[in-house]
Every structure is written in structure tokens, then in C-alpha cells.
Design a protein around this ligand. Structure first.
Ligand code: KIV
Length: 289
């Protein structure tokens, strides 16, 4: 179970929540008016309390993505990710945030069988994490499920184009929509998800022209990843944009090189431990005088 709030007396950080209301599904949906989004929507992934605290002031939405399978757990894909993982990390991210809407990915196998299965799993995610929305992958085939959930008070983010949970059907993570037929299908998927009631839609790994077309034609805000700067918003996997991995997809811009910086800090620490130059008097306890 989650408390949804952080104990500031025991936390190492000094979170200073700004009083105010969290972003909501209607406030995100309302950012796109008459097909235009004046202020693009900012979304990043977060899997831990501390990362949520750091990202929250800058983001409209935090996504507890099932990419945590690869990023946190070292799994080969998102397929093995479980409900327990999503609930534990979702609750941590809600505890570490106060401004952004927190959305949690529904893991593979938790929603595809039926709208009823999706409701059972999505309601568990919402109860155990305190998140305000779930995200699920799929287009026309998932539209009845999205409608079922939204009509039962569960805000849904759609996800079309390159859908990583379908890697075994797609045969890889390459960009989608190169053929006209496939591009038309992705546009039809986005339309179906929009009409089913998704309050925004992630469009991943598609040709720029396809993303632009969807953004122009679909009422709900389109959040691009490997898509187009003209989308209504953008999302990236935070660890990718921070440079935590040597290899990242082409569409990722690295805003830092944290892997190298962490490695260097660990090297200096190891040298100091081996030289017995750490800890210094500053880090040791002495009798009180
Ligand atoms: O799981 C995830 O991080 C995602 C984003 C890449 C959109 O779905």
C-alpha cells in the first residue's frame, strides 16, 4: 500500500512542494484547442521517488513507463514487466511529485484479453499508486477497451505507431509508417483511440510526416517520441536523455553524459578508499568537546 505522501522528516531530500493543483487529465486534454496546442506538453519518464522530485517542477506529466523493464531491471524487453513492478514504482513516483500528472503504463498481458480485465488491472494501479491515469498500447483493436475504461472513471493515454510490447509481431523497434498502407493504419489507430476517449496519445517511432498528419487530424494532444517537433508535446525516457546508456535510439537527444560522470565519481571514490584518504576528519565522528 502507498501513503501517497513523502515523510519530509526522514527523506534525504528537501522537497519543497509548491502549493497548487496537480495537472489533471482534463487540463492536459484542454491544452489542445481547435487543433492547436499553444504551449507544448512536457513529459518524461520517472521510476523512482527521487527522480520524480527532480523532474516534477519541469514537467506537465510524469510517465512511469514499462521501459523500466530494460532501464531498471535489465530485462530484454517490456514483455516480462509485471503489475507488481508497475504498482511499486508508480507509488514511488506519486510520492515524489506534486505538480505533474502521473500516468502509469499497463504492462503486457494486463489489459489485452478484455475490457473487464483492463478495468481490474487499471483500477488496481490507480488504487495502489495514487496515479491519475494509465497508458496502454494499441490502436483500433484497443478502442473498445479505452472507451470502457474512460466511461468508468479511468483516464487513458493511448500509444500508437511503434508499440514496444508488440515487438514480437513487429519484428523489431524500427520506425513505422514508411509504407503508405502502414502510415494509413497508424493514422486510423490514432483516430480510433481519440474517438474512444483517450485524453492524449503517445505516437512513437513514426515518420515525421505521419506524426504531423496525426497531430493535425486528431483532436487529442499528440505526445511525440521519435516523431516530430510539431507534435502537441514530447516524451523521452529520462535515462536516455541524461546519457545513462552508451547506446540510445536515433531520436534521443542527450542532454547530459551522466554515465561517464557517475563512472568518474566512482573511480575517484575507489582511489580514495584504496589510499585511505577517505573518510577525512570531516566525515568521521569525534568525541564532543
Ligand atoms: O515505457 C515507456 O517509457 C514509454 C515511453 C517511451 C513513451 O512508453
Amino acid at each position: 500500500m502507498s501513503t501517497f505522501t513523502i515523510d519530509t522528516s526522514t527523506s534525504r531530500a528537501t522537497p519543497s512542494p509548491v502549493p497548487g493543483k496537480r495537472m489533471t487529465a482534463p487540463s492536459i486534454r484542454g491544452r489542445k484547442v481547435d487543433g492547436k496546442t499553444e504551449q507544448p506538453i512536457v513529459m518524461l519518464t520517472a521510476y523512482t521517488m527521487r527522480m520524480a522530485q527532480l523532474l516534477d517542477p519541469h514537467c506537465d506529466m510524469l510517465l512511469v513507463g514499462d521501459s523500466l523493464g530494460q532501464v531498471i531491471y535489465g530485462l530484454p524487453s517490456t514483455i516480462p514487466v509485471t503489475m507488481d513492478m508497475m504498482c511499486a514504482h508508480g507509488a514511488a513516483v506519486v510520492r515524489g511529485s506534486w505538480h505533474a500528472l502521473v500516468a502509469v503504463d499497463m504492462p503486457f498481458g494486463s489489459y489485452e484479453a478484455s475490457p473487464e480485465q483492463a478495468f481490474t488491472c487499471a483500477s488496481r494501479i490507480m488504487k495502489e499508486t495514487g496515479c491519475a491515469a494509465v497508458k496502454l498500447e494499441g490502436g483500433e483493436a484497443m478502442a473498445p477497451t479505452i472507451e470502457f475504461l474512460t466511461h468508468r472513471s479511468i483516464p487513458v493515454i493511448g500509444h500508437v505507431g511503434l508499440t514496444p510490447q508488440a515487438v514480437n509481431i513487429l519484428g523489431g523497434y524500427g520506425a513505422r509508417g514508411r509504407e503508405e498502407k502502414e502510415a494509413d493504419k497508424i493514422i486510423a489507430d490514432a483516430r480510433a483511440v481519440d474517438q474512444a476517449g483517450a485524453f492524449c496519445i503517445v505516437v512513437e517511432g513514426v515518420l515525421e510526416a505521419v506524426a504531423d498528419d496525426i497531430t493535425a487530424k486528431v483532436g487529442a494532444p499528440i505526445i511525440g517520441i521519435g516523431a516530430s517537433a510539431q507534435c502537441d508535446g514530447q516524451v523521452l525516457v529520462t535515462d536516455d536523455m541524461l546519457g545513462m546508456f552508451e547506446r540510445t535510439p536515433r531520436f534521443v537527444k542527450r542532454y547530459d553524459d551522466l554515465a561517464a560522470r557517475i563512472g568518474e565519481a566512482a573511480r575517484v571514490y575507489a582511489d580514495e578508499v584504496r589510499a585511505r584518504s577517505f573518510p577525512t576528519p570531516d566525515q568521521t565522528y569525534r568525541p564532543k568537546s
